[in-house]
Write a protein that binds this ligand. Sequence first.
Ligand code: AMP
Ligand code: MN
Ligand code: MN
Length: 335
Amino acid sequence: MSNSLIKAVEQLISPARRILLIAHVWPDGDAIGSLLAMGSLLRDQDKEVTLACEDPAPESVAWLPGSCEVAGQASGSIDLVISLDCSDQDRMGNIYEARLTSLPLLNIDHHITNTQFGTVNWVDPSCVATAQMVLYLAQALGWQVTEPVAVCLLAGIVTDTRSFRTSNVDAATLRAALQLVEAGASLSRVARQSLDQQPLAQVRLFADAVSGLHLEDGILWTQMTRAMRQRWAVPDNGTSGLSNSLAGVREAQVVVVFTERDNGTVDVGFRAAPGYDVSEVAASLGGGGHPLAAGCTLSGDLERVQDQVLGQVRRSVAEQRARALSRPQESDSDA
Ligand code: AMP
Ligand code: MN
Ligand code: MN
């Protein structure tokens, strides 16, 4: 974190008395972990804090300390808004209502596709999780990282890296995790509760989705329709995780999972094998993410959405393969 950035962030936070923190819609472990940790850190600085997210925390992180305090709407007067893990303004959902748009907005995020929508934008794609950035902020401003804060931040890092296995994990990630463990967080507990444990109904739903897998020219895709979810009574926010396990399929370069939500929209989760990039295709469809893990949300009939998305993915994969083929020739000519 550069000195000028610390100053800019401090200049927004220090005069603010009532702060609204917003995590992205359909929150994941990083969104909820960063939200709860930042809330606790700011309260320790005597700030009045409201934590908000349009959708409820998934069961995998609902056990984190303070998660029952997350509200589905913002009320009362506010001096400053802080968005966490949101790559664009729409990711704040309906929490970011019209009356808030005139207030200063601090955008803290690690997505390469971030659209810099804040008054101050602290966007660091070298961090594996927004939680890692919140730790750096606490350290830069001399705020004490208590045990509950450390647990929330470690949950953010562990879920976004699938327990330190994604290609962006480096020495700085492990150092941050070490500091959180030293502050009292248990890595085995966080990994078990936020990653490994899942309801049996979800496993049964995933089994149905796996039996409907299609592999076409390195693109592996499947769907979870509303009827499939209803069969096992799995809520809309209980379907993440399938794309992560499919990302390990050797025959697949790109994985696409379509999930029909109750509100009629379709959530599209993308995963790529190293060497491929799905953030571009996700961004071109109005979503965002990271090179190896991205997503978007589209409205409309499931079959039409699938045709549209798979068409774009096929084009993107073909372009990436063509670029990869031309690369050795470029380096040959350099030699
Ligand atoms: P997921 O597949 O939900 O685990 O998401 C993988 C990555 O893509 C995460 O970094 C998300 O923040 C991002 N992402 C997922 N869905 C969307 C969306 N609708 N818009 C923007 N980014 C998304
Ligand atoms: Mn997230
Ligand atoms: Mn994240």
